[in-house]
Design a protein around this ligand. Structure first.
Ligand SMILES: NC(=O)c1ccc[n+]([C@@H]2O[C@H](COP(=O)([O-])OP(=O)(O)OC[C@H]3O[C@@H](n4cnc5c(N)ncnc54)[C@H](O)[C@@H]3O)[C@@H](O)[C@H]2O)c1
Length: 254
């Protein structure tokens, strides 16, 4: 027990306000749902027009290009007006492309860096500023198995995710004095409709699963525990950490 709090109280998320950038996507829509089930208030910011289906609870959707700081500043205004504060930021905007390295064009580099690096960095700047003022907050970024080791056919994405990992640790150091914690998830393979079409053919699937001790892909719900934990007071001494959820993929050698 810490400061007379029970474990239930330390894990409680009731009433906390979260911003989920990229919240209409495959993983972050499931994570938004889990936050709502935990009685959190959730603001979903995404570049797409429609919010994810079947969300219930205290939730609102804002169409927003998070790679543009001005758009995020408007988003922050709306969130603060509605919720009065922001306790948790989940930074899940992304895009990728399987282009061979020598063929990658400048527009493609821009597109991937904007969705992965700019959106994450601006998200931290804009919502992190509010958290620093509050002297409290939890930011959860998305690293990747390719943040530290090469993953074929994802060159710009991997460089972007290395940047996200570095930014996470840097901000953890910077904002620890203000009780703003900054951590990253490192998911393994959770195939989306896009990745099944463009990235994971049969041969690649066999290679991935052959390198995954659990011999299967992950399901979005399998990220929930880590996110809810990092969002809660139960993780009050956790900052600058990378939580790996990959069925053993990155622990595997031969
Ligand atoms: N799915 C996986 O296997 C996997 C593995 C490792 C890491 N990740 C990371 O998890 C996070 C979520 O990925 P996902 O698989 O759910 O992808 P996804 O493509 O389903 O979702 C990404 C969302 O980001 C939104 N987005 C893109 N650019 C944006 C912008 N500029 N502003 C606002 N929203 C924007 C998209 O519209 C989409 O809804 C990403 O950071 C991704 O890199 C995923």
């Amino acid at each position: 027990m810490i400061k007379n709090q029970t474990m239930d109280q330390r894990f409680s998320l009731r009433g906390k306000a979260a911003v989920v950038v990229g919240g209409a996507g495959y993983l972050c829509s499931a994570l938004s749902r889990a936050m709502l089930e935990s009685e959190m208030k959730v603001a979903i910011l995404d570049v797409v027009k429609e919010p994810p289906a079947d969300l219930s609870g205290e939730v609102f959707f804002l169409q927003c290009d998070a790679a543009q700081k001005e758009a995020l500043l408007k988003g922050r205004e709306a969130v603060l007006q509605k919720f009065g504060r922001v306790d948790v930021l989940l930074n899940g905007a992304t895009c990728n492309a399987p282009t061979p390295f020598l063929e990658i064009s400048e527009p493609e580099i821009d597109r991937i860096l904007r969705a992965n690096v700019y959106a994450t960095l601006y998200g931290c700047q804009v919502f992190g500023e509010a958290m620093v003022k509050q002297r409290k907050g939890s930011i959860i970024n998305f690293a990747s198995a390719s943040s530290t080791t090469p993953l074929s056919r994802a060159f710009v994405y991997s460089a972007a995710k290395a940047g996200v990992l570095n930014l996470t640790k840097n901000l953890a150091r910077e904002w620890a004095p203000y009780q703003v914690r900054v951590n990253a998830l490192q998911p393994g393979f959770f195939p989306t409709e896009w990745s099944r079409k463009h990235f994971i053919d049969e041969e690649r699937q066999a290679k991935i699963l052959g390198h995954t001790p659990m011999r299967r892909f992950g399901k979005p719900e399998e990220l929930t525990g880590a996110v809810l934990w990092l969002a809660s007071e139960a993780a009050s001494f956790v900052t600058g950490s990378v939580v790996t959820i990959d069925g053993g993929f990155t622990a595997m050698t031969i």
